[in-house]
Design a protein around this ligand. Structure first.
Ligand code: PRP
Ligand code: MG
Length: 173
Protein backbone atom coordinates (compact mmCIF):
# COMPACT_ATOMS: atom_id res chain seq x y z
CA UNK A 1 0.00 0.00 0.00
CA UNK A 2 1.24 3.49 -0.81
CA UNK A 3 2.01 6.02 1.93
CA UNK A 4 -0.02 8.74 0.21
CA UNK A 5 -2.68 10.44 2.33
CA UNK A 6 -5.40 10.44 -0.30
CA UNK A 7 -7.58 12.83 1.70
CA UNK A 8 -5.02 15.53 0.95
CA UNK A 9 -6.07 15.25 -2.71
CA UNK A 10 -9.86 15.22 -2.21
CA UNK A 11 -11.39 18.70 -2.17
CA UNK A 12 -14.38 19.22 0.14
CA UNK A 13 -16.87 21.76 -1.21
CA UNK A 14 -19.51 22.93 1.28
CA UNK A 15 -23.18 23.33 0.30
CA UNK A 16 -22.97 21.56 -3.08
CA UNK A 17 -25.25 20.60 -4.73
CA UNK A 18 -27.56 21.57 -1.85
CA UNK A 19 -27.14 23.46 1.44
CA UNK A 20 -25.75 21.15 4.12
CA UNK A 21 -24.03 18.70 1.75
CA UNK A 22 -20.23 18.68 1.95
CA UNK A 23 -19.35 17.41 -1.54
CA UNK A 24 -16.23 15.24 -1.82
CA UNK A 25 -14.67 16.38 -5.10
CA UNK A 26 -12.31 13.75 -6.52
CA UNK A 27 -11.31 15.76 -9.61
CA UNK A 28 -8.39 17.15 -7.59
CA UNK A 29 -7.16 13.57 -7.06
CA UNK A 30 -7.84 12.40 -10.62
CA UNK A 31 -5.80 15.19 -12.21
CA UNK A 32 -2.63 14.01 -10.43
CA UNK A 33 -1.49 11.01 -12.47
CA UNK A 34 0.76 9.50 -9.81
CA UNK A 35 -1.87 9.81 -7.07
CA UNK A 36 -4.68 8.48 -9.28
CA UNK A 37 -2.53 5.51 -10.25
CA UNK A 38 -1.55 4.86 -6.61
CA UNK A 39 -5.21 4.94 -5.56
CA UNK A 40 -6.19 2.38 -8.20
CA UNK A 41 -3.16 0.24 -7.36
CA UNK A 42 -4.00 0.23 -3.64
CA UNK A 43 -7.58 -0.75 -4.47
CA UNK A 44 -6.34 -3.52 -6.78
CA UNK A 45 -4.14 -4.97 -4.03
CA UNK A 46 -7.04 -4.88 -1.57
CA UNK A 47 -9.40 -6.85 -3.82
CA UNK A 48 -7.22 -9.14 -5.92
CA UNK A 49 -7.72 -12.09 -3.52
CA UNK A 50 -11.45 -12.12 -4.36
CA UNK A 51 -10.80 -13.81 -7.72
CA UNK A 52 -13.09 -11.49 -9.59
CA UNK A 53 -14.30 -12.32 -13.10
CA UNK A 54 -15.67 -8.89 -13.95
CA UNK A 55 -16.13 -5.43 -12.43
CA UNK A 56 -19.41 -3.53 -12.68
CA UNK A 57 -19.54 0.21 -12.04
CA UNK A 58 -22.34 2.81 -12.07
CA UNK A 59 -22.00 5.93 -14.20
CA UNK A 60 -20.55 8.44 -14.11
CA UNK A 61 -18.01 8.54 -11.34
CA UNK A 62 -18.02 4.76 -10.94
CA UNK A 63 -16.47 4.55 -14.41
CA UNK A 64 -13.35 6.48 -13.42
CA UNK A 65 -12.73 3.98 -10.63
CA UNK A 66 -14.15 0.73 -11.99
CA UNK A 67 -12.64 0.83 -15.49
CA UNK A 68 -9.00 1.43 -14.50
CA UNK A 69 -9.40 -1.11 -11.69
CA UNK A 70 -10.65 -3.67 -14.24
CA UNK A 71 -7.70 -3.10 -16.59
CA UNK A 72 -5.28 -3.25 -13.63
CA UNK A 73 -6.74 -6.65 -12.69
CA UNK A 74 -7.02 -7.82 -16.30
CA UNK A 75 -10.78 -8.41 -16.12
CA UNK A 76 -13.71 -6.96 -18.04
CA UNK A 77 -15.89 -4.01 -17.13
CA UNK A 78 -19.72 -3.92 -17.19
CA UNK A 79 -21.22 -0.42 -17.21
CA UNK A 80 -24.26 0.30 -15.05
CA UNK A 81 -25.97 3.28 -16.67
CA UNK A 82 -28.76 5.68 -15.92
CA UNK A 83 -31.88 4.43 -17.70
CA UNK A 84 -32.33 5.26 -21.37
CA UNK A 85 -28.62 5.26 -22.28
CA UNK A 86 -27.91 1.61 -23.14
CA UNK A 87 -28.83 0.56 -26.70
CA UNK A 88 -29.44 -3.17 -26.18
CA UNK A 89 -31.95 -5.11 -24.11
CA UNK A 90 -31.79 -3.98 -20.49
CA UNK A 91 -33.02 -4.62 -16.99
CA UNK A 92 -33.72 -1.65 -14.73
CA UNK A 93 -34.08 -0.76 -11.05
CA UNK A 94 -34.92 2.55 -9.36
CA UNK A 95 -33.11 3.99 -6.35
CA UNK A 96 -32.85 6.94 -3.95
CA UNK A 97 -29.74 9.08 -3.63
CA UNK A 98 -28.28 11.21 -0.85
CA UNK A 99 -30.03 13.93 -2.85
CA UNK A 100 -32.75 13.04 -5.43
CA UNK A 101 -33.55 9.73 -7.11
CA UNK A 102 -32.98 7.99 -10.42
CA UNK A 103 -33.04 4.60 -12.11
CA UNK A 104 -30.15 2.40 -13.26
CA UNK A 105 -29.92 -0.15 -16.06
CA UNK A 106 -27.64 -2.90 -17.34
CA UNK A 107 -27.55 -4.84 -20.55
CA UNK A 108 -29.09 -8.29 -20.09
CA UNK A 109 -25.89 -9.89 -21.39
CA UNK A 110 -23.50 -7.72 -19.34
CA UNK A 111 -22.86 -10.47 -16.77
CA UNK A 112 -22.85 -14.23 -17.29
CA UNK A 113 -24.62 -16.35 -14.66
CA UNK A 114 -22.19 -17.49 -11.98
CA UNK A 115 -19.58 -14.80 -12.61
CA UNK A 116 -17.82 -13.41 -9.55
CA UNK A 117 -18.53 -9.67 -9.66
CA UNK A 118 -16.99 -6.73 -7.85
CA UNK A 119 -18.92 -3.46 -7.92
CA UNK A 120 -16.76 -0.33 -7.89
CA UNK A 121 -17.77 3.28 -7.33
CA UNK A 122 -16.15 6.51 -6.20
CA UNK A 123 -18.37 6.95 -3.15
CA UNK A 124 -20.44 4.97 -0.64
CA UNK A 125 -22.93 7.40 0.95
CA UNK A 126 -26.47 6.18 1.76
CA UNK A 127 -25.79 2.97 -0.17
CA UNK A 128 -28.73 3.45 -2.53
CA UNK A 129 -26.58 3.29 -5.64
CA UNK A 130 -24.63 0.22 -4.56
CA UNK A 131 -27.77 -1.60 -3.39
CA UNK A 132 -29.41 -1.00 -6.76
CA UNK A 133 -26.23 -2.02 -8.57
CA UNK A 134 -26.13 -5.28 -6.56
CA UNK A 135 -29.80 -5.88 -7.34
CA UNK A 136 -29.11 -5.58 -11.08
CA UNK A 137 -26.03 -7.83 -11.00
CA UNK A 138 -27.88 -10.48 -8.98
CA UNK A 139 -30.88 -10.36 -11.36
CA UNK A 140 -28.42 -11.29 -14.12
CA UNK A 141 -27.14 -14.26 -12.10
CA UNK A 142 -23.86 -12.67 -11.03
CA UNK A 143 -22.40 -13.36 -7.58
CA UNK A 144 -21.50 -10.06 -5.89
CA UNK A 145 -18.32 -10.98 -4.00
CA UNK A 146 -17.05 -7.49 -3.26
CA UNK A 147 -17.57 -3.75 -3.37
CA UNK A 148 -14.77 -1.19 -3.61
CA UNK A 149 -14.97 2.57 -3.12
CA UNK A 150 -12.53 5.42 -3.24
CA UNK A 151 -14.50 7.13 -0.43
CA UNK A 152 -16.89 5.92 2.26
CA UNK A 153 -19.04 8.33 4.28
CA UNK A 154 -19.34 6.09 7.33
CA UNK A 155 -21.81 8.42 9.11
CA UNK A 156 -24.41 7.61 6.42
CA UNK A 157 -24.23 3.86 7.19
CA UNK A 158 -24.44 2.73 3.54
CA UNK A 159 -22.27 -0.24 4.53
CA UNK A 160 -25.30 -1.82 6.25
CA UNK A 161 -26.74 -2.46 2.77
CA UNK A 162 -23.69 -4.58 1.90
CA UNK A 163 -24.19 -7.46 4.30
CA UNK A 164 -22.42 -10.59 3.14
CA UNK A 165 -20.24 -8.67 0.68
CA UNK A 166 -16.58 -7.84 1.30
CA UNK A 167 -16.23 -4.04 1.30
CA UNK A 168 -13.07 -2.03 0.76
CA UNK A 169 -12.89 1.77 1.03
CA UNK A 170 -9.64 3.60 0.36
CA UNK A 171 -10.63 6.68 2.39
CA UNK A 172 -13.27 7.04 5.13
CA UNK A 173 -14.90 10.19 6.50
C1 PRP B 1 -22.89 9.71 -6.47
C2 PRP B 1 -21.63 8.91 -6.29
C3 PRP B 1 -22.14 7.52 -5.97
C4 PRP B 1 -23.44 7.80 -5.23
C5 PRP B 1 -23.28 7.57 -3.76
O1 PRP B 1 -23.38 9.47 -7.78
O2 PRP B 1 -20.84 8.91 -7.48
O3 PRP B 1 -22.41 6.79 -7.14
O4 PRP B 1 -23.76 9.19 -5.48
O5 PRP B 1 -24.46 7.89 -3.07
P1 PRP B 1 -25.37 6.81 -2.38
O6 PRP B 1 -24.48 5.83 -1.65
O7 PRP B 1 -26.19 7.63 -1.45
O8 PRP B 1 -26.18 6.15 -3.45
P2 PRP B 1 -24.46 10.38 -8.51
O9 PRP B 1 -25.75 9.66 -8.55
O10 PRP B 1 -24.43 11.75 -7.91
O11 PRP B 1 -24.02 10.46 -10.02
P3 PRP B 1 -22.64 10.57 -10.82
O12 PRP B 1 -21.75 9.44 -10.41
O13 PRP B 1 -23.11 10.42 -12.23
O14 PRP B 1 -22.04 11.92 -10.52
MG1 MG C 1 -22.18 7.99 -8.94
Amino acid sequence: MSDINFKDYIRVIPDFPQPGIRFKDITTLLKDGAVYRAAIEDMRKAIEHLQIDIIAGPEARGFVIGAPLATALGVGFAPIRKSGKLPGETIQASYDLEYGNDSLAMHKDAISPGQRVLIADDLLATGGTIATSMNLVRQLGGEVVGAAFLIELSYLTGREKLEGVEVFSLVTY
